[in-house]
Design a protein around this ligand. Structure first.
Ligand code: TXA
Ligand code: MG
Length: 344
């Protein structure tokens, strides 16, 4: 299949929407990461999304809407708590799971009785959804298991030849995917941390629980509350280790591991923030961002993970960040990318 890399201007968006109305898939920018969109009400179109990215069929898709009223037909009911959350954070990187009506076909929900919905905060996404006139089902536009793409070039790397069109709308502002929540009593449970932090949710709801699977592997026989939790994710092809501990301890663990691995004939590379760079000396490193500007850690993470593969290194050694605010989402992606292998 020939893939067109199309500028996301008015004409490009109209072409993309026409493809979606015909049951085709189109990659498009959102404020979080690029999505691979199709008509969320069309089971055949949804099947194409799974095929293009080799996605396991048991992993459901998020429905993207452009107006509040578009939410109502997709779900059985919108409880007051859900409406309060939507009012506070939509458009924006919050995905809300609710019992599904019959409008979204089981293929898009991976057979679950629930449906997840979000309203992206990006002019191209909004215009595309409006022009298509349907909810757009969209997972991140990467090959399954790979780091999510935050610019059109990264989508091209993964999906060239597998989809008809990529709408190029530049780089994504947030860089990590939306926060996925379910409602629980008077509060919410975070199944995947993201652009809306626990601290932000606490301004609207009484209780914010963080699912144990956010920072640790799923325990033994526990059934994943969100199917995405059980799949390997966000990973470069090169193995990765994450250093745990206070900053000084981390730098010692990273340098020691680097020197030992190099002595064994490996080609290690460090993934560290600007503030740590002086302690790395002449060791090879990929600059990640700055602790003084924590949003850069989220924004650059997936690109840094892809750079590990491009660097020719045989192993990546990454520092960790405190798991509060956006740090929770950063650590969730990082630990999963490393398969929970830590330096401690
Ligand atoms: O920011 C985002 O959310 C991006 C952009 C494109 O909107 N999309 C995205 O989609 O990250 P995806 O498919 O890569 O991740 C969706 C996650 C998966 O972990 C999936 O298991 C979970 O949300 N999910 C979707 N529907 C669900 C449901 N009904 N119940 C539980 N988990 C659900
Ligand atoms: Mg994804």
């Amino acid at each position: 299949m020939n893939t067109i890399l199309q500028k996301a201007d008015k004409a490009g968006i109209a072409q993309g929407a026409a493809l979606i109305r015909k049951g085709q898939v189109v990659a498009f920018p959102t404020e979080t990461v690029y999505g691979l969109g199709a008509d969320g009400t069309d089971s055949e179109a949804v099947r194409r999304v799974f095929e293009a990215k080799d996605r396991p069929r048991d992993n459901p898709l998020i429905q993207h809407i452009a107006e509040f009223s578009a939410w109502l037909p997709l779900v059985e009911d919108t409880p007051p708590l859900a409406r309060a959350l939507a009012a506070a954070f939509w458009p924006g990187p919050l995905t809300i799971i609710l019992p599904a009506s019959g409008v979204i076909p089981p293929e898009a929900r991976a057979g679950l009785p629930t449906v997840s919905v979000r309203m992206p905060d990006h002019p191209v996404a909004t215009a595309l959804i409006q022009a298509a006139g349907v909810p757009i089902a969209a997972p991140s536009a990467n090959r399954s298991g790979r780091p999510s793409p935050t610019d059109a070039g990264r989508v091209w790397e993964d999906l060239r030849g597998r989809i008809p069109m990529i709408l190029d709308g530049g780089s994504c502002r947030v860089g990590l995917e939306s926060t996925v929540i379910s409602l629980e009593g008077n509060g919410v449970r975070i199944l995947r941390p993201g652009g809306i932090t626990p601290e932000m949710l606490e301004t609207v709801v009484q209780q914010v629980k963080i699912d144990p699977a956010v920072l640790a592997p799923l325990e033994g026989r526990r059934i994943a509350p969100s199917p995405g939790m059980k799949h390997r994710h966000y990973a470069p092809n090169t193995p990765l280790r994450v250093a745990i501990g206070e900053p000084d301890t981390q730098i010692r663990r990273l340098s020691d591991a680097y020197d030992i691995l190099e002595g064994q004939g490996e080609r290690p590379i460090l993934l560290i923030v600007e503030e740590m760079a002086p302690s790395a000396g002449s060791r090879r490193r990929i600059p990640w961002g700055s602790l003084k500007h924590p949003e850069t850690l989220a924004e650059n993470l997936f690109s840094v993970l892809r750079q590990v593969d491009e660097s020719g290194a045989s192993i990546g050694l990454c520092q960790s960040v405190p798991p509060s605010g956006m740090g929770l989402a950063v650590m969730n992606r990082l630990l999963r990318a490393a398969g929970y292998r830590t330096l401690d």
